[in-house]
Design a protein around this ligand. Structure first.
Ligand SMILES: Cc1ncc(C[n+]2csc(CCOP(=O)(O)OP(=O)(O)O)c2C)c(N)n1
Length: 345
């Protein structure tokens, strides 16, 4: 039987669930910090490489948003699906991808996850069930919904997680996907990284409301708004929501309020927002918060050791990736067409 609207508190979100998860389910802050730091230093290296013309095209950095990727991944199993966005390096790293192979992909090397053919915006890693970053705003929403449908048809208790920005919630794909997922009770966790700006457009200029979570109510989808600068709050809420979806009650939406410290992509003078606003958000830097928590347990020296080892791992990974093979012109058509035998069988 169909769920009725009054079964949901549809005009409000579920509130912050932090602290309501099972006792004893602690988080390893040091591990989460190492992952967040890896994302930060990877992105800084990518920024550096672009500035020196060592990487082509463009890229979208997630500096400032690391806690969302790390906190959500904490709640997932290896067999869950992930669908990412154009700002996807953090999701990929938090999922456990190898740094060298990501660098190789960005450099267009054969050793890259997609043999250097996907680059930053079309990067998928099937062994990690990472269905790809995506250059199309809102393009991941139907993909994740389809993954949710495949899980449901197989009768499995996996979930599909879909990252998207608040800007993508103005795309038709958002509304179509959430409606279908709700109508068919699909196991999808929609994670909105609300960093307030889609390129230069502030969300409140193109929406009556600040909160994307309110839109979930229109589809009868439970939602929660979390502080996306606090990794523990993200992780606790994600665990609760993922657990709910795994039980088969249909999709949920998590809205993480966050901020990208850098510009939208390369060459962004950030004239659409003030330096004061940037500095207020930088005061909420998720890594600084994690460091403060860690320093209650470990010494400054130990923390510095962690920083140095992550930094040298990033440098070594890049050096190794750079030594990789450039694509050969004779392989240009490889992977473009199916083999004739495969088509016939
Ligand atoms: C269908 C489509 N329209 C426009 C663009 C250009 N574009 C690239 S990123 C972006 C903004 C996306 O904003 P949001 O979804 O909030 O993600 P954020 O960049 O803030 O992480 C736009 C409009 C695109 N890539 N695809």
């Amino acid at each position: 039987m169909k769920a009725q609207a009054d079964e949901f508190d549809i005009f409000s979100t579920m509130g912050d669930l932090a602290g309501k998860v099972e006792e004893g389910q602690g988080f390893d802050i040091l591990e989460m910090y190492k992952t967040a730091l890896t994302i930060r230093l990877f992105e800084e290296k990518v920024d550096w490489l672009f500035a020196r013309g060592k990487l082509g095209g463009t890229t979208h950095l997630c500096i400032g948003q690391e806690a969302v990727a790390v906190g959500v991944m904490e709640a997932l199993r290896p067999d869950d699906y992930i669908v990412s966005t154009h700002r996807g390096h953090g999701h990929l790293i938090a999922r456990g991808a190898e740094i060298t192979k990501i660098f190789s992909e960005l450099l267009g090397k054969r050793e890259g996850y997609c043999k250097g053919r996907g680059g930053t915006q079309h990067l998928s890693v099937m062994p990690l069930n990472f269905l790809g970053t995506n250059g199309i705003t809102g393009g991941g929403l139907p993909i994740a919904t389809g993954a949710g449908l495949s899980i449901k048809l197989s009768g499995e208790d996996r979930v599909a997680v879909c990252f998207f920005g608040e800007g993508a919630s103005n795309q038709g794909t958002f509304h179509e996907s959430l409606n279908m997922a709700s109508a068919w009770d699909l196991p999808v966790v929609y994670v909105c990284e609300n960093n307030m700006y889609a390129m230069s457009t502030r969300f409140t200029k193109v929406s009556r409301f600040d909160d994307v979570a309110l839109r979930a109510a229109a589809f009868g989808i439970p939602s929660v708004i979390v502080d996306g600068m606090d990794v523990v709050k993200v992780a606790e809420n994600a665990r609760t929501m993922v657990h709910k979806v795994r039980e088969g009650t249909g999709p949920v939406l998590i809205e993480a309020k966050t901020y990208r410290f850098c510009g939208h992509s390369k060459s962004d003078a950030r004239v659409y927002r003030s330096r004061e606003q940037e500095s207020e958000w930088k005061d909420k830097d998720p890594l600084v918060k994690m460091e403060a928590t860690l320093l209650e347990k470990i010494s400054h020296g130990e923390l510095e050791h962690v920083r140095r080892s992550v930094k040298s791992m990033i440098e070594d990974s890049y050096t190794e990736a750079e030594r990789g093979a450039d694509p050969d012109i004779k392989d240009a058509m490889e992977g473009v067409y199916a083999e004739r035998e495969a088509l016939i069988s």
